[in-house]
Write a protein that binds this ligand. Structure first.
Ligand code: 8YV
Length: 315
């Protein structure tokens, strides 16, 4: 039987390319110079799309594949997939939850520590002779025992909270409703109030049209000049212009960001700031997790074409 045709939207590590190519007829969209001509040629043979969290799949792309049955996302976030377009045609969508939770939470907590103790500038201080010339590094703010707010207590939010407990932090969270599993973490429904009562404010919620700019100018103001914002979710959850304004005017203490509007290009305003920690969207970027994500991406495609239940369906 002919192998199902798959449109691959972005590159994967070699250990994923090989089994993907063995099981499917893979068309590498991301390498095509003339994308429109490429799609016109291969679109009708495509039954599955293999994409990445940040790339998703647009309505135009979906429409160019009239026999599309499934979109398998290499990532937990599926906000960039046009779900409405998929629903209209009964196209299945899968993602890769759980396998990346620990790594994303680790990076978020590392970003908090790194920003709060100014570790990047401190490293420069040790390297460039400032330590010898100027003496000890300027004093920074403490992390342990302080107040953390978690916006979005899903898998990743919980994993962040578990880690923060080790720092003796007082943890509050905001979610659509209180969570039974939250234990002694305080529920604060309003993100502005959560920010007011936080020293470190973690954004760990899945992005959707409803959460766009949920970290608004008011939330940022409420976090204030001593507060620090950590985002390991999606840039669209934050009003980036409001964030930049606050950082430039020192109305926010600092921000540690793994995601940006228009990434991988950064708004140049970020580069002029020293109260930010900028990371290249690599929350899930460990060998172990990426292997797990690749495997789950393929397992979903394989199960679909074998007529079996999908391991991790979104719709
Ligand atoms: C990316 C992510 O998918 O899980 C997500 O939603 O954004 C990431 O894991 C990853 O960078 C691979 O593209």
């Amino acid at each position: 039987m002919a192998k199902p045709g798959i449109l691959q939207l972005g590159a994967y590590p070699a250990w994923d390319e090989e089994p993907l190519n063995a099981a499917f007829t893979v068309h590498r969209y991301f390498e095509a110079e003339d994308k429109a001509a490429f799609l016109a040629e291969v679109g009708p043979s495509i039954r599955g799309i293999a994409t990445r969290g940040e790339l998703g799949a647009s309505r135009a792309l979906i429409e160019a594949c009239p026999h599309l049955e499934i979109i398998s996302v290499y990532g937990v976030g599926f906000d960039a997939v046009d779900l409405a377009a998929c629903r209209e045609r009964g196209i299945r969508v899968t993602n890769t939850p759980d396998v990346l939770t620990g790594d994303v939470a680790d990076l978020g907590v590392a970003m908090m520590l790194c920003l709060s103790r100014s570790m990047v500038a401190a490293e420069r201080w040790a390297r460039d002779g400032s330590w010898v010339k100027k003496g000890g590094f300027p004093l920074q703010r403490r992390v342990f025992g302080r107040r953390a707010g978690i916006l979005g207590l899903g898998r990743i939010g919980f994993a962040v909270a578990e880690r923060l407990k080790g720092f003796g932090m007082q943890i509050a969270y905001s979610a659509t409703a209180p969570k039974a599993a939250a234990g002694d973490m305080r529920f604060i429904a309003d993100p502005v109030e959560l920010a007011r009562q936080s020293d470190f404010f973690f954004v760990t919620l899945a992005a959707s049209a409803a959460t766009r700019h949920i970290v608004s100018r008011q939330v940022i103001e409420a976090l204030g000049p001593e507060g620090m914002l950590i985002n390991v979710s999606r840039a669209a959850n934050i009003d980036e212009d409001a964030l930049l304004d606050a950082l430039e005017q020192n109305r926010l203490g600092g921000a540690a960001l793994d995601v940006f509007e228009g990434e991988p290009k950064l708004n140049p305003r970020f580069l002029a700031l020293d109260n930010v920690l900028l990371q290249p969207h690599h929350g899930s970027g460990t060998v172990e997790t990426r292997k797990g994500m690749g495997q789950l991406l393929r397992e979903n495609l394989t199960a679909h074409f074998a007529g079996e239940p999908l391991p991790t369906p979104v719709i």
